[in-house]
Design a protein around this ligand. Structure first.
Ligand SMILES: [Ca+2]
Ligand SMILES: [Ca+2]
Length: 418
């Protein structure tokens, strides 16, 4: 998602929002006049206030109201991937993309990991290791291995892009070892990756999505993305970002020409099937494995009801887009009953997908600043201590995004698993 802030896009969304408020306002005035005539003002005024608040917050019957789990310290500008530490704390990766000044190649707030404990206390834990040639670190997907080591996606080119021909590829998978609050060992599992995003550890292997493979050219011009698999103990695997990479596990094509962004969140179910979200298409793929660990099938498990041929720049787009389910797929997680939860980043929503593939919206907000716990461009959900915790990325605007502003402070929202 390269464009962080586009003034024109922001204005378009503002105009849409103002029009919406005007409609709500005029309808309320009309109702007030009617009710004045019949003498029910005392009854109506509180009801109108509740209705207006509900409309403005995007409330709909049957959906949850997200609550505030934590206001994050200023070290966190852009919270993204999350993982549960061996001691039960929730660890949050903060690449802090929204702290890059215009044209800057490094964030003004260094990328870091936070810790949130069960009592709700949150603190900066460590800064993640920078790549010497860029001087920056860009942690996104994270997960702990069985020895307490942490695997980290370092998406170096998220904000800078990969160059005109996909020639800049500096992303890494890191393995960090800790003693208390110190990183005592940093190993590079793999490097030279174009755009790594989500990460999972399973049975001694690291699975990482690569959301864009610009070196792979298709006749139709559509984007290819992938899941890679690396042995967790590997060192310095150099990735070529083409279809011949030995560690390439599965590829995906994103057909939505307006949102060319591919594989993002990923999660395993209890039996070891791997689910991968295709961001731009609003699809979740299921990868089944054969006995030797090869891919036996790569099929679409669930997909949006949005018509992705609609141009986000044309009038009427948002009415259809925000009524659609699972319009985009960022982070995904599984609960112990194999329900999946997905961050619908573009729609500012959290969505549930049942084991049968049925999609339902758990919570959805309009354009918010997140301060009351509302969703604010959710990046990833995770089940932590029986609750569904959501990181609010809040760094991308664009013609198809509900989010129009980056806000401060950053927050985590919380929902009930359903
Ligand atoms: Ca992601
Ligand atoms: Ca926002």
């Amino acid at each position: 998602m390269p464009a962080l802030y586009s003034k024109q896009q922001e204005m378009n969304t503002k105009n849409r929002w103002n029009l919406y408020l005007k409609i709500v306002d005029s309808q309320m005035k009309r109702m007030l006049q009617t009710l004045r005539r019949v003498g029910m003002r005392q009854v109506w005024l509180p009801a109108a206030a509740v209705t207006a608040a509900a409309l403005l917050s995007g409330w709909q019957a049957g959906r949850q109201t997200p609550r505030l789990l934590a206001v994050l310290p200023s070290a966190a500008v852009t919270p993204d991937g999350m993982a549960i530490a061996p001691d039960g704390d929730l660890v949050i990766a903060c690449p802090n993309y929204a702290s890059y000044a215009k044209g800057a190649t490094r964030p003004s707030v260094p990328a870091c990991l936070l810790r949130l404990d069960k009592k709700g206390r949150v603190r900066k834990w460590v800064e993640t290791p920078v790549l010497a040639e860029t001087g920056r670190s860009c942690p996104m997907g994270i997960e702990f291995g069985p020895g307490g080591e942490l695997y980290v996606v370092d998406n170096q080119n998220w904000a800078s892009g990969n160059g005109e021909a996909g020639e800049i590829n500096q992303g890494r998978i890191l393995r960090l070892k800790f003693e208390g609050d110190r990183i005592v060992e940093t190993a590079v599992v793999a490097d030279g990756i174009s755009h790594p995003n989500g990460l999972r550890y399973r049975d001694g292997q690291i699975y990482a999505t690569v959301s864009m493979l610009p070196r792979v050219k298709r006749p139709d011009g559509l984007l290819t993305s992938a899941v890679y698999r690396f042995p967790a103990g590997a060192h310095d695997i150099h990735v070529a970002n083409d279809l011949k990479d030995p560690n390439l596990l599965a590829t995906f094509v994103t057909e939505n020409r307006f949102v060319q962004y591919g594989a993002d969140g990923l999660a395993f179910d209890r039996t070891g099937n791997l689910y991968v979200g295709n961001f731009g298409d609003g699809k979740i793929h299921r990868i089944a494995f054969d006995r030797s660990g090869g891919v036996a099938a790569n099929t679409v498990f669930a997909q949006t009801d949005m018509d992705n041929s609609l141009d986000p720049a044309l009038p009427g787009f948002f009415a259809k887009a925000t009524a659609a389910r699972l319009r985009s797929v960022d982070g995904i997680c599984a609960d112990r009953n194999d329900n999946l939860y997905a961050a619908d980043f573009s729609n500012n929503a959290i969505v549930k997908i049942s084991p049968a593939g049925a999609i339902s919206v758990v919570a959805q907000n309009g354009d918010t600043d997140g301060r009351g716990g509302q969703l604010n461009e959710p990046g990833e959900p995770i089940v932590w201590n029986g609750r569904l915790v959501v990181s609010n990325f809040d760094a991308v605007t664009g013609p198809d995004k509900v989010n129009t502003h980056h806000d401060s402070p950053a927050t985590l929202s919380v929902l009930r698993p359903e």
